[in-house]
Ligand binder design. Structure first.
Ligand SMILES: *Cc1c(COP(=O)(O)O)cnc(C)c1O
Length: 410
């Protein structure tokens, strides 16, 4: 009999979203009337249709594939040059950040990249993750055998957790301990926090001191509304030596179902071998793509390219303004209801302290029963998320306004 990957057995059974779905299903079965007016502010998925520029570009690309003269088969494994250069130009060089076209690797999304990137990193790496955090960083490491078993509070042995609390503004300082690989995500899911230039500089300094690698997830970069908030880890020039950035078209262009994202892998990022040689990661990443992937479909890459056209940019901006309008309404309503609120200014998530020391799940149940609103319990994102809930602004305006009204009944 074949052997299975036992690391999967270490994963926590009661994973967040299935448990949310179970509780919602049970409630709806028992309360059909309430079920009809249920509003979901839970899972972080977009709700609004795709930008017209992307739709037109994808239609045109599909049509090209239907004619001998314009047909294309396999494309470059790291993505078409037209898309890589649009990304490098608009997202980086236009902002005075030095990134070459061939340092961009197009993928089917950032969640996927979180798993793929572990392919080129050694098993010996000590991992540090913020707590609370996007669960994918931890689970992909557990699956790859880079943790011990989980303890009672759901934390895994061997992983260094960086507490994100109201006291540190949900931006952890670099720890005294050594780590080889540090995950950072700003603007943050779930807390909505952003890191300042100074705070990111301290992380870059830590990485250089410890010869660590930063994995910087900037999925919500487009939601930054305040000036002086860095849009990229490469806004700190020394990060070219010690950081990989993950980006996605899911949240700015509504591509959660279309699937497209990218990594930025500077050629200057080095990692070591067991016997102390220092080698660039870029060729390994290139090799990983050419061996294991044939990149993303041509129509999708044309759709992503169109998000950088003048119309595409305007349409993305309107989508983001829509969601951030919701965030403002929800944030205001929660504050009005007497709750302590965080986030929702540079990110589409509002991070709310539960009242009366309720646990996250108690608050989840209360909002489900009394308001018929589904939120995400903070404890599902890590031990430090206990006592918080996440309200997502991904919704119609009508629903956001209705949730705001219901919050006043708390
Ligand atoms: C939504 C999200 C992503 C994007 O994931 P895709 O796989 O590109 O859809 C990445 N990181 C975080 C923290 C997210 O919330």
């Amino acid at each position: 009999m074949a052997y299975l990957n036992e690391n999967y057995l270490k994963l926590q059974a009661g994973y967040l979203f299935p448990e949310v779905a179970r509780r919602v299903r049970e409630f709806c079965e028992a309360n059909p009337a309430a079920a009809r007016q249920l509003i979901r502010c839970g899972i972080g998925d977009v709700t609004e249709p795709l930008p017209r520029a992307a739709i037109d570009a994808m239609k045109g690309a599909v049509e090209e594939l239907g004619h001998r003269e314009t047909f294309r088969g396999y494309g470059p494994e790291n993505g078409y040059e037209f898309l890589r250069s649009a990304i490098a130009q608009h997202d980086y060089r236009d902002r005075n950040i030095d990134i070459a076209d061939d340092e961009i690797f197009v993928s089917d999304g950032s969640k996927c990249d979180c798993g793929y990137v572990l392919d080129i990193l050694g098993d010996q790496n000590k991992i540090a993750v913020p707590d609370p955090v996007y669960p994918v960083y931890v689970d992909t490491n557990v699956m790859a055998g880079r943790s011990g078993p989980a303890g009672k509070d759901g934390s895994y042995e061997g992983i260094l957790y960086l507490p994100c609390t109201a006291e540190n503004g949900f931006v952890p300082d670099p720890p005294a301990e050594h780590a080889d690989l540090v995950y950072l995500c700003f603007p943050n899911n779930p807390t909505g926090a952003v890191a300042s230039h100074k705070q990111l500089s301290r992380w870059v300094e830590y990485a250089r001191e410890h010869e660590a690698l930063l994995l910087f997830d900037a999925a919500y970069e487009a939601y930054i509304s305040e000036p002086d908030v860095p849009h990229s880890i490469f806004g700190i020039p020394e990060a070219r030596e010690c950081a990989i950035e993950l980006r996605s078209f899911s949240k700015n262009g509504g591509f959660t179902g279309v699937r497209c994202g990218f990594t930025v892998m500077p050629k200057s990022v080095l990692a070591r071998t067991e016997n102390g040689r220092r080698l660039p990661l870029h060729p390994l990443w290139q090799r990983r793509w050419s061996t294991k992937s044939n990149s993303v479909s041509y129509p999708v890459q044309r759709g992503a390219e169109a998000l950088y056209s003048p119309e595409g940019r305007k349409q993305c901006r309107m989508l983001i303004e829509h969601y951030m309008g919701n965030a403002k309404i929800l944030r205001g309503a929660a504050a009005n209801a007497g709750l302590a609120v965080f986030g929702g200014v540079n990110a589409p998530y509002i991070w709310v302290k539960t009242p009366n020391s309720l646990t996250s799940w108690q608050m989840f149940d209360r909002m489900l029963r009394e308001l018929n609103v589904v939120i995400t319990p903070g404890a599902g994102f890590g031990a430090q998320g206990e006592g918080y809930i996440r309200i997502s602004a991904f919704n119609s305006r009508e629903n956001a306004e209705e949730v705001a009204r219901r919050l006043q009944k708390l």
